[in-house]
Structure formats: structure tokens, C-alpha cells
Design a protein around this ligand. Structure first.
Ligand code: PGA
Length: 253
């Protein structure tokens, strides 16, 4: 991948007031990089703020992202949002399979696969999150777990379409503890192999692989310099425009 991709995952944080300051600051920061290899950037606010964020980002290259989707197109699913609804809001990317959804909301591989297929149908690019827990890593199962998660989510898909995969070791999310650049690169290489098996080498090479888990301005440079790391999925450090822009700077070509 020639262009890096940096994604803000606001999780259940933020407000219209934050969007009003964050969006212009982000656009100004990116404009200042103009013509100097600015990476692809997306921001995923909570669903109630998608519309406000879309308005504030209008005319900029920053893409709008959602954090979740329900696989069904419509129906009696109180509290849920469908892929069609996200498409109407001009959502370009959507996080699926985040470890918080897997752990706190009981989402399994099959449900994640169904979400991915629903996004595929409306041409919203999924950002498929995978990653092992600390116990799985300590038991030496990290490669098997991630292999299974990628494989299960993509089962039956013949062409990847627009797809991004994020490796987020659960023990590194919000903990201040990151995988070392070498550990992350190794896991990304494994994910690339799974993608190659399914889609062939050329298609697999075009799929962006993001690292996520306590990425900040201090560690982003080393992580993004790894050959298999095509970008970052940023949680905590994406809530402040300065901190997020500093990470984006490290992703410049
Ligand atoms: P973090 O979150 O950067 O706060 O660790 C990353 C994520 O969960 O996507």
C-alpha cells in the first residue's frame, strides 16, 4: 500500500461541541500538509453524531466512518442501525468486529461475517478488527486466534471489494501498552498470508492493514515504519485534534 490510512475511533465519546472544534482543526492540519503526502483519514464518531460530523467535514477529503452496523436491512431491531441507513448518511467506512463488541456485546465470528456482508452490499468499506487477548497470547494461541477471526469473517467472500483489516491486540487497547513494532509487523504478515490464501497475492497486497491499541504521537512513527503496517486505528488519542494530527504526520508519505 502506498498511501497510509489513519482512522479515529471515538468509541462512546464526544459531543457536537467537540465536533465543532475537532473537524475544522483536522481540516486545517491536513490542508497544511497539502501536496506533501497526506494520508487517507477517516473519523468514526458515535452514530448520533454522524450527521453533524458529515456536515462539518463536507468538502474535505476526510471520510466519515461508523463504529457499528446491524446485518439486517430493516426490521424489529430496537436500537440498531442498518448498512442502508449508514449509506444514506454518506458513511464511507464502518468498524466491525471490534474487541469491545466481541467481549461486551457477545458478537461472534458469524455475526461479524453477516455485518461484513451487509456493508459489502452497500459498498461501505468494512474495517474488520481482529486481535487476541492477553491470555491467548500468553498461551501461544495468538496466531491461531487471529487466523480464525480473519478466516471466519471473510468466509464465502470471493473478492475482497474495499476492505481494511485492523490488528488490535486486546491487551493493548486503552491500556497504554502497545505491541512492539516487530510483534505487530509479524501479526500483520500473518493476516496478509490469510488474505493471500483467500483472495490471491495481488488482491491481498491492496488490502490495508492497520494497527490499533494505544497508538499515540510517541509510538506511531516506529509502528508506521513497519513494512506490513499500512496505518493506524486510534482510540483515545483521536479525541484531541493535536494528538490525532501528530499521528497523521507520522503517516505522511
Ligand atoms: P486505543 O483504542 O487507541 O484507545 O487503545 C484503539 C481501539 O480500540 O480502536
Amino acid at each position: 500500500m502506498s498511501e497510509k490510512f489513519v482512522v479515529a475511533n471515538w468509541k462512546m465519546n464526544g459531543s457536537e461541541a467537540l465536533i465543532a472544534t475537532f473537524a475544522p482543526a483536522l481540516q486545517q492540519g491536513l490542508a497544511a500538509m497539502n501536496g506533501r503526502g497526506a494520508p487517507r483519514v477517516a473519523v468514526c464518531p458515535p452514530a448520533p453524531f454522524l450527521h453533524a460530523m458529515a456536515g462539518r467535514l463536507k468538502g474535505s477529503a476526510v471520510q466519515l466512518g461508523a463504529q457499528n452496523v446491524h446485518p439486517e436491512p430493516e426490521g424489529a431491531f430496537t436500537g440498531e442501525v442498518s448498512a442502508h441507513m449508514l449509506a444514506e448518511l454518506n458513511v464511507a467506512v464502518c468498524i466491525v468486529g471490534h474487541s469491545e463488541r466481541r467481549q461486551l456485546f457477545g458478537e461472534d465470528d458469524e455475526f461479524i461475517r453477516a455485518k461484513l456482508m451487509a456493508l459489502h452490499q452497500v459498498a461501505i468499506e468494512p474495517i474488520l478488527c481482529v486481535g487476541e487477548t492477553l491470555a491467548e497470547r500468553e498461551a501461544g494461541e495468538h496466531e491461531a486466534v487471529v487466523w480464525r477471526q480473519v478466516h471466519a469473517a471473510l468466509r464465502g467472500l470471493e473478492v475482497p471489494g474495499d476492505l481494511t483489516v485492523a490488528y488490535e491486540p486486546v491487551w493493548a487497547i486503552g491500556t497504554g501498552r502497545t505491541a512492539t513494532p516487530a510483534q505487530a509487523n509479524e501479526m500483520h504478515a500473518l493476516i496478509r498470508r490469510v488474505l493471500s490464501e483467500q483472495f490471491g497475492d495481488d488482491a491481498a497486497a491492496r488490502i490495508g492493514l492497520l494497527y490499533g491499541g494505544s497508538v499515540n504521537a510517541g509510538n506511531a512513527g516506529d509502528l508506521l515504519a513497519q513494512p506490513q503496517i499500512d496505518g493506524a486505528l486510534v482510540g483515545g488519542a483521536s479525541l484531541k485534534p493535536d494528538a490525532f494530527l501528530a499521528i497523521i504526520h507520522h503517516a505522511k508519505r
